[in-house]
Design a protein around this ligand. Sequence first.
Ligand SMILES: [Zn+2]
Length: 83
Amino acid sequence: MDYCSFCGFMISNFEKAAAMSGTFVDFSRKVTGDMNVVFCSECWLNVMEIESGGMRTAVAKRRACESNDREDQKERDRDRPDA
Ligand SMILES: [Zn+2]
């Protein structure tokens, strides 16, 4: 038995979709270490979809999010009673 390192769901050995091991850097805590991670099939599929989109998709997602944030702010500004 093991658990998915992404969603935390317990999985049996035959349910493991992927595993990785190597070093990591935690930039916020300023520490490094070794880690073994395991993915269930659903989380691994998500990882593969994200990886297939690459940087182009990542940039598009970031722009869409920032655009939504600006639109939300405009809406909040319009709804203010003193505006
Ligand atoms: Zn998972």
